[in-house]
Design a protein around this ligand. Structure first.
Ligand code: T5A
Length: 217
């Protein structure tokens, strides 16, 4: 971890529509209730430049977008986001609640698009240096669950229009990473009522705080 880091870096991951933004709002309300300083943010996005890159990434186009182009754009936005938002907030002692981070690049670009992990790893090392999430909440549910929750919105973005097999590979990659990095991952069963999901999140956060000798939320 960077030496001037004082806050906690919490990331929320999972496939489309499993409830990541809803979870981020819930964590934000818990932190506010307990007067803990926090910043909520998201990827792709989080700064003016990174939000512009988000638009490039998610708009549907005629021209094919190569996996390498996609990956480089995610990391270009991530560089801006880390320098402009994440590191300054952590240095001030705030919690950073981030809706998706680099685990999404492994899950979508390596799992979904079947790219070689070494490409992602080299970008991760060069862009993030020693920055890693302290806690990653993986909201896990079958594709059909998230899909049914978001289909009411109507419009899909460039990545959401991928087929079910793509999201099956993304989910598998997330679950593999949850096993590989068990020290920072907590898997939340997202195929439950909102209240049950929130209870699991609260338990995971309190276990994390306990392991750091801090008061519960
Ligand atoms: N991507 C991203 C990459 O490929 N590589 C990368 O490195 C990164 C960072 C980003 C896209 O970019 C890709 C992944 C994505 O394809 P996005 O819009 O940020 O796109 O991500 P999405 O997953 O598409 O976000 P969504 O808003 O669609 O899904 P959420 O945030 O998981 O779901 P949320 O919270 O908005 O909830 C969806 C609906 O379900 C309800 C909510 O009220 C809402 O209506 N809901 C529940 N309903 C019943 N029971 C529950 N437990 C519920 N929880 C929420």
């Amino acid at each position: 971890m960077p030496t001037d880091k004082k806050g906690f870096f919490i990331t929320i991951e999972g496939i489309e529509g499993v409830g990541k933004s809803t979870a981020a709002n819930y964590i934000q309300s818990l932190l506010a209730e307990h007067s803990r300083p926090y910043v909520t943010t998201r990827e792709p996005g989080g700064t003016e430049v990174a939000e512009a890159i988000r638009k490039i990434l998610l708009v549907k186009r005629q021209e094919p977008v190569y996996p390498e182009t996609e990956l480089l754009l995610f990391f270009a936005g991530r560089m801006q986001h880390i320098q402009q938002v994440i590191l300054p907030a952590l240095a001030k002692g705030a919690w950073v609640i981030c809706d998706r981070f680099t685990d999404a690049s492994y899950a979508y670009q390596c799992g979904g698009r079947q790219m070689d992990e070494s490409f992602v790893r080299s970008l991760e090392q060069n862009i993030q240096k020693e920055l890693q999430p302290d806690l990653t909440l993986l909201l896990d549910a079958p594709h059909a669950v998230g899909h049914s929750r978001i289909e009411k919105r109507g419009e899909t973005d460039r990545i959401e229009q991928e087929r079910e097999a793509f999201f099956r590979r993304v989910r598998e990659k997330y679950l593999q990473r949850a096993t590989l990095y068990a020290h920072r991952y907590r898997v939340i069963d997202a195929d439950k009522t909102l209240e049950e999901v929130q209870q699991q999140i609260k338990t995971a956060l309190n276990e994390f705080l306990q392991s750091h000798d801090m008061k519960s939320l």
